[in-house]
Design a binder for this molecule. Sequence first.
Ligand code: ATP
Length: 206
Amino acid sequence: MAGLSATVLLSARDLVSPFGGPFTFDVHAGECIAIQGPSGAGKSVLLRMLADLDPHDGDALLDGRAASSMSAPDWRAAVVYQAAEPAWWEDTAGAHFANAFPAFMDSTLAALGLSPALLDTEITRLSTGERQRLALVRSLARRPRVLLLDEPTAALDPDAVARVEALLRDRLADGMAVLVVTHAMEQARRLAQRIFRLEHGKLTTT
Ligand SMILES: Nc1ncnc2c1ncn2[C@@H]1O[C@H](COP(=O)(O)OP(=O)(O)OP(=O)(O)O)[C@@H](O)[C@H]1O
């Protein structure tokens, strides 16, 4: 873990769901952990437990503070989960960014190769890859301490994948932690300091 902060940001403590666990591990500030494993192994459930979105036993801690001692909205503002197929509740992507800083929007859209005009396009008319990158913009606009990404580049071409990874590296350098579920071993090797494998309800480090 050379170059990484020694600061533990997020801790999972005996997290258990009907689909796996107990999971106990620490994530450091600025660290990226990739999670791999077969379809249906429970990778999404693990991320959703960390975001306090799925029922579970055990607890998660942020800066040593237990999720169970915080309100769900406060926890989820700091520990942000991005689904593999994120939901949109307004007609356009732009309507989801009412509170985002213009400078953040300009630089983040440019970094991801997205035209600002896409913000005014109906969500249903956007390509899958455009929606996937706009979902990342939406997640980052919340300024998470920990970002939980569920297959964030599954719909993207190699250039867009490289842009996403570069943007994540920038945020990691600023101290954000990332847990990313990815089936792409090469991506896991490029981004992550540690790679976890989830199979038969158990986590191992590869
Ligand atoms: N709310 C739920 N109710 C019932 N079963 C669920 C629920 N959520 C997840 N599951 C089941 O839990 C198991 C793990 O699902 P999960 O989505 O975490 O798998 P995954 O490892 O992310 O798979 P994939 O790589 O295909 O996305 C699956 O068998 C799924 O059907």
